[in-house]
Design a protein around this ligand. Structure first.
Ligand SMILES: Cc1cc2nc3c(=O)[nH]c(=O)nc-3n(C[C@H](O)[C@H](O)[C@H](O)COP(=O)(O)OP(=O)(O)OC[C@H]3O[C@@H](n4cnc5c(N)ncnc54)[C@H](O)[C@@H]3O)c2cc1C
Length: 419
């Protein structure tokens, strides 16, 4: 990888410029490294922040398909084994009722539903595998301030005055993507009016490697199992209430969390810094434009409750990279319109149903009015008593293999019905 600071104020030409070196942008660049194409990544943060990213509280639940992709990229083996945690089963709870809906690994073909890895380790690994790649230029500490597609190239203006040209620009610059906006792509966004607090906590009771999604009344809690006696805790509340908990002393915070968990985890203790994320879901009207495509959160900004943001990010970058590899092998144009259309169609088919389902789930399960409570209970009971549905969810998390097949939401259901 060539270092930052390439010849300023000349127009530098690349095949593909990727805007944003988050985990999705870095993974996409790694997918294309070695294809013979010249790539550049433009990133706001300094390179040191990519090489050694700070802990940000996020523990990413990864499907088997995502792990398969990370293995192909070489990213997986850069993650220390002690940083990879087992997600055996998942439990969905409503109000104070037990037992809730259990998504059991026994309903699928593998010994666990998925894996948990911190976003910090994923980002570090995604950078590490790109660091020594040929024909990849990293332009850090600057942003894209202008973009203008043209017949054969797109022109990009960077904040330091540098100009670039590329046959394809791929935006991976977060769900609030400035590049997507500059390209005039409208996006439907949904502000959930809530903020999510995430941190690690130690607790007395064992988690048994089972993740919880607990839709309480007045709060939503999640528990992601890490080492024995330690979990990532995720609490969703209105912003003001989260502010109070962010500012609370460690002891007061631990007491508040014990109460919020109804004492089910026994005594609890804060084990990391606390981080807050306002909840906004974003889904653009289209994923491509002239010599332009979206990947990562810039393409699909999921609510974290269904734990699919980065899983979709990996899937999307793989779908696009495969299309481009196919063209590059025959000397084709990586910005070809028909190929981009195909990619956009595949990504929509893969992500739209779960994006919409997630909106519905969060709307229903954060509504505490009496009729909604009845419906919440009825939906969960029905799901718990429908083995094909449970199997479909387990299968969709456990499937690996080709991204185009994984991109078919019907596939998991068919598998499950056959099973
Ligand atoms: C609390 C929480 C829990 C989550 N849990 C899960 C989970 O369990 N499973 C899962 O799959 N996903 C989960 N996610 C989602 C996951 O974290 C994201 O999908 C993923 O991190 C997005 O990566 P990205 O590279 O697309 O975007 P980002 O990580 O947002 O990176 C964007 C990059 O672009 C850069 N950038 C921005 N603007 C510009 C610009 N104009 N010019 C240049 N660079 C720019 C930024 O500096 C940044 O480096 C969770 C998210 C949250 C908040």
């Amino acid at each position: 990888m060539r270092p930052s600071g390439a010849a300023a104020f000349l127009i530098v030409i690349f095949d593909i410029v990727i805007v944003g070196a988050g985990p999705a942008g870095l993974s996409f660049a790694r997918s294309l490294a070695g294809s013979g194409l010249d790539l550049a990544l433009v990133e706001l943060q300094p390179e040191a922040a990519l090489a050694d990213p700070a802990f940000d509280g996020r523990e990413i639940a990864l499907t088997h398909h995502s792990v398969h992709l990370l293995q192909q990229l070489g990213t997986w083996r850069q993650i220390p084994p002690q940083g990879i945690h087992t997600l055996r089963d998942a439990l969905v709870l409503d109000g104070r009722r037990m037992p809730g809906l259990r998504i059991d690994h026994n309903d699928g073909p593998r010994s666990q539903l998925g894996y948990l890895v911190s976003n910090q380790l994923l980002r570090r690994a995604a950078y590490a595998v790109l660091r020594n790649q040929e024909r990849v230029t990293l332009l850090c500490g600057r942003r894209v301030v202008g973009i203008e597609p043209d017949g054969e190239y797109s022109r990009l203006q960077l904040s330091d005055g540098q100009q670039l040209q590329a046959r394809l620009v791929v935006a991976a610059d977060s769900r609030f993507s400035e590049t997507r906006r500059a390209m005039g792509i409208p996006a439907d966004s949904h502000d959930f009016g809530k903020t999510m607090l995430v941190c690690r906590m130690r607790h007395d009771q064992p988690h048994g490697q089972v993740a919880w999604e607990w839709f309480g009344y007045g709060q939503t809690l999640a528990l992601l199992p890490l080492d024995e006696g330690e979990s990532s805790v995720v609490l969703t509340l209105p912003h003001n209430a989260i502010q109070g908990l962010m500012a609370a002393t460690e002891a007061a915070f631990a007491t508040a969390m014990e109460q919020r968990f109804d004492g089910r985890l026994g005594r609890m203790q804060l084990a990391s810094t606390r981080h807050a994320y306002p909840l906004v879901g974003v889904y653009p009207r289209r994923f491509t434009a002239q010599r332009f495509a979206l990947v990562g959160d810039a393409a699909v900004g999921m609510h974290p409750v269904t734990a699919h943001g980065f899983n979709f990010g990996l899937l999307g970058q793989d779908l696009l990279a495969r299309e481009i590899h196919g063209l590059a092998a025959s000397g084709g144009d990586p910005g070809e319109a028909r190929m981009l259309e195909r990619f956009g169609r595949d990504l929509r088919r893969a992500t739209r149903p779960l994006y919409l389902a997630t909106l519905l789930i969060t709307r229903l399960y954060t509504n505490d009015a009496p009729p909604a409570r009845l419906l919440r209970r009825a939906v969960l009971s029905a799901a718990a008593s429908l083995p094909p549905l449970r199997r479909a969810v387990a299968h969709s998390l456990m499937q690996a293999g080709d991204s185009r097949q994984a991109a078919s939401p019907l596939r998991g259901l068919l598998h499950a019905l056959r099973g």
